[in-house]
Design a protein around this ligand. Structure first.
Ligand code: GLA
Length: 381
């Protein structure tokens, strides 16, 4: 159904915001650390028109039978909206909390970002809403400001305790680049990642599982990291440099905390090493750092699962340069870096992953190629 058919109004504009994969830098964002995401070609799109009253009507093209969700702009409060609509409604709430005056709206959404795959489908919905409302109400918000609002919607309205990685990636990435994101000061650097030129391909393996304990375990990891920082007397684990790791570990009372801290500190270091290689045109050499990142998430941070471990081991055994889980973990997606040096090296790796999943009795994964794509934007009419 078109926006006109649904709401009897012509959209005043169309906007899009992408999902993301994180090349490296996992579970660092809530430790004030570093990450290196890129935008996917998969996006959430919003068509928007204003209403004369103060109602917010939200329609999702992927669940048309449900019809529009009808909300009162002035009654929005944390916990009052559930399901997908909490993300865009949360953005309207966060904008009003920040003192911006909004009027009633019709928003119709489409999205091809896989849901529940660790590819930031909710951040895409939040960021596309934030950008559309900023444009329509002349708020002039910069990409990082949009990301902050989107994160507020996710944390304080929808009640999901994420960091800011996903929203910054969706708002700030640019085509052909990975984004070096410093989550302490939101400092950004766009780093060219010309995969095609270098004969590289990046596969995303959506395992299509999300384990039930994912949310509780994510919150538990955050708490462990905070406990580690407190025990070490630093504001955040970001403040432990790699050179100080051995000394820091020696000061920690228990083995679990030691492993959590070791993951975060070595992961920040891996981000810097990947960046250093990309900066000198040696993208082909980043594979072992990706795979080391996976081992650290699996063994020290304990956020992987059998399906993700299998995607990584099968692809590396089949000749991939490197592979790792991406996103929060406990299911979701892995990424796999392949050098297309021999005819159909990518097809060989993909087949190896699919065979390994079949042999283990797992659901068939969904495998697709990722190209570093554009961040949130207004679409031409
Ligand atoms: C999820 C969260 C992010 C980040 C990653 C792990 O995607 O939403 O904020 O913490 O997990 O890197």
């Amino acid at each position: 159904m078109t926006h006109e058919q649904l709401f009897g109004a012509t959209p005043e504009g169309h906007w899009s915001a992408p999902g993301r994969v994180n090349l490296i830098g996992e579970h660092t964002d809530y430790n004030d650390g570093l990450a290196l995401p890129m935008a996917l070609p998969h996006t959430a799109k919003a068509a928007v028109s204003r209403r004369a009253d103060r109602r917010l009507l939200l329609f999702s093209g992927w669940m048309p039978e449900a019809g529009p969700v009808d909300l009162d702009l002035d009654a929005l409060a944390p916990g009052t909206v559930t399901g997908w609509a909490a993300y865009p409604a949360g953005v309207a709430w966060a904008l009003r909390e920040a003192g911006h005056d909004l009027g009633g709206l019709h928003i119709s959404f489409e999205s091809d970002v896989p849901v529940g795959a660790g590819l930031s489908s909710s951040a895409a919905l939040e960021v596309v809403t934030a950008l559309a409302l900023s444009d329509l109400f002349d708020l002039g918000l910069a990409p990082a400001a949009l990301a902050r609002l989107a994160r507020r919607a996710e944390n304080d309205f929808a009640g999901v305790p994420s960091g800011i990685l996903d929203q910054m990636a969706s708002a700030c990435c640019t085509a052909g680049h990975v984004l070096r994101l410093d989550t302490r000061d939101l400092g950004l650097r766009q780093i060219p990642f010309a995969m095609a030129l270098e004969g590289l391909r990046l596969l995303v393996v959506d395992t299509r599982v999300r384990h039930a304990h994912a949310d509780g375990a994510y919150a538990a990891r955050r708490a462990e990291c905070e406990a580690g920082a407190t025990a070490l007397g630093v504001p955040a684990l970001r403040d432990i440099p790699i050179e100080g790791l051995a000394g820091a570990l020696a000061r920690l009372p228990d083995d679990t905390l030691r492993r959590r801290v070791r993951h975060v500190v070595t992961e920040n270091d891996r981000v810097e090493r990947v960046v250093a290689l990309l900066d000198v045109g040696r993208a082909r050499e980043i594979g072992p750092l990706l795979t080391a990142g996976h081992a650290s998430l699996r063994d020290d941070f304990e956020v992987s699962c059998a399906e993700l471990d299998l995607a990584v081991s099968a692809s590396v055994a089949a000749g991939a340069l490197g592979a790792r889980m991406t996103g929060g973990g406990f299911g979701g997606s892995a990424l796999v870096l392949v050098a297309e040096d021999t005819a159909d090296a990518t097809g060989t790796v993909r087949a190896a992953i699919e065979d390994a999943f079949a042999a283990a009795g797992h659901h068939p994964p969904r495998v697709f190629e990722a190209i570093p794509s554009s961040g949130a934007q207004r679409l031409p009419v």
